[in-house]
Design a protein around this ligand. Structure first.
Ligand code: ADP
Length: 283
């Protein structure tokens, strides 16, 4: 009996299959997000890898930015619930989760029993998200997967004072023209993302540990180190951090089979905050 989780993000499509023992039997990531062929590519790769097909899937859950427009799943669940679920399986007891994806950043606070307590998100601005890093990687003629290594070679991070991605890009171009070493620029870029993420996390109140990071940006050790420095806490990274949302969706799928319905990590609606305003989100 297999459960399928599909996370259709703004930047990447991820898919995970779990069995009834909640073990991952296969996973895939395609670097194409909502509105593209990314989800089909991710699913084809997953089915090929596992030698399974749609007919073998007993229940499927879609999550992520593009979940509403994906009509092949049995159920849609918010990515906040799915990240909480996926990370909690891999890192039991985690109390704070910072999820930085391609287009937004979220901070989640969990109760001791793993239930979602509160969350806050920034989806209004590219600063402090993977998009910021993707743009800056192009400016320094690198790839996001290489930014961490460059950061490791920095001796004096440059100050990137603009928070706006467009102005920060101009600033980076100026520093490059002045001959500033690229590793120092990259370290400054990571610090800028970390400052934004840290201020988001602090809006939830005092940071409660253990703290974990999920989402694609958690693959960037340079960004993770910068965030650890900003927050003054150690950050744990679950295995396959970019797949946490898809894993959580797959876990909801397998639980739905056992209970005949989707069980949420949160008991009912949870108050969340977006860009400072309060709103209710049903899970
Ligand atoms: P979404 O769910 O919004 O599509 P993801 O959680 O998949 O976003 O994260 C996408 C981001 O992850 C990209 O914008 C990029 O900055 C970062 N990323 C992806 N792959 C890597 C990698 N190999 N190394 C470092 N960062 C990465």
């Amino acid at each position: 009996m297999y459960g399928l989780g599909i996370d259709i993000g703004s930047t990447a499509s991820k898919a995970v299959i779990v069995n009834e023992r909640r073990e991952t039997v296969g996973s895939s990531v395609c670097a194409l997000g909502a509105g593209t062929s990314g989800v089909d590519q991710a699913l084809s790769a997953l089915f090929e890898q596992t030698s399974l097909a749609w007919d073998d899937i007993a229940y499927s859950v879609a999550t992520g930015y593009g979940r509403q427009r994906f009509n092949r799943a049995d159920k849609q669940v918010s990515e906040i619930s799915c990240h909480a679920k996926g990370v909690s399986l891999l890192l039991p007891g985690v109390r704070t989760i910072i999820d930085i994806g391609g287009q937004d950043a979220k901070a989640l606070r969990l109760r001791a029993d793993g239930a979602l307590d509160e969350f806050i998100m920034n989806e209004k601005c590219a600063a402090g998200t993977g998009r910021f890093l993707d743009v800056m990687a192009r400016v320094v003629e690198s790839d996001v997967s290489l930014l961490s290594e460059l950061d490791g070679q920095a001796d004096l991070p440059v100050e990137i004072s603009s928070t706006c991605t467009v102005f920060a890009e101009s600033e980076v171009i100026s520093r490059l023209a002045e001959g500033e070493p690229i590793p120092n620029i990259v370290a400054g870029i990571h610090r800028s993302v970390a400052r934004r993420a840290a201020s988001l996390v602090r809006r939830l109140g005092p940071v409660e540990g253990p703290v974990a990071m999920s989402g694609g940006v958690a693959r960037n050790q340079g960004a993770v180190r910068a965030l650890e420095n900003e927050l003054g806490v150690a950050i744990e990274i679950p295995d396959s951090c970019q797949l946490s949302g898809a894993l959580g969706a797959a876990l909801f799928a397998i639980e739905a089979l056992g209970k005949g319905r989707i069980r949420s990590v949160a008991a009912g609606p949870v108050a969340g905050r977006e860009a400072g305003g309060l709103y209710d989100v049903r899970y």
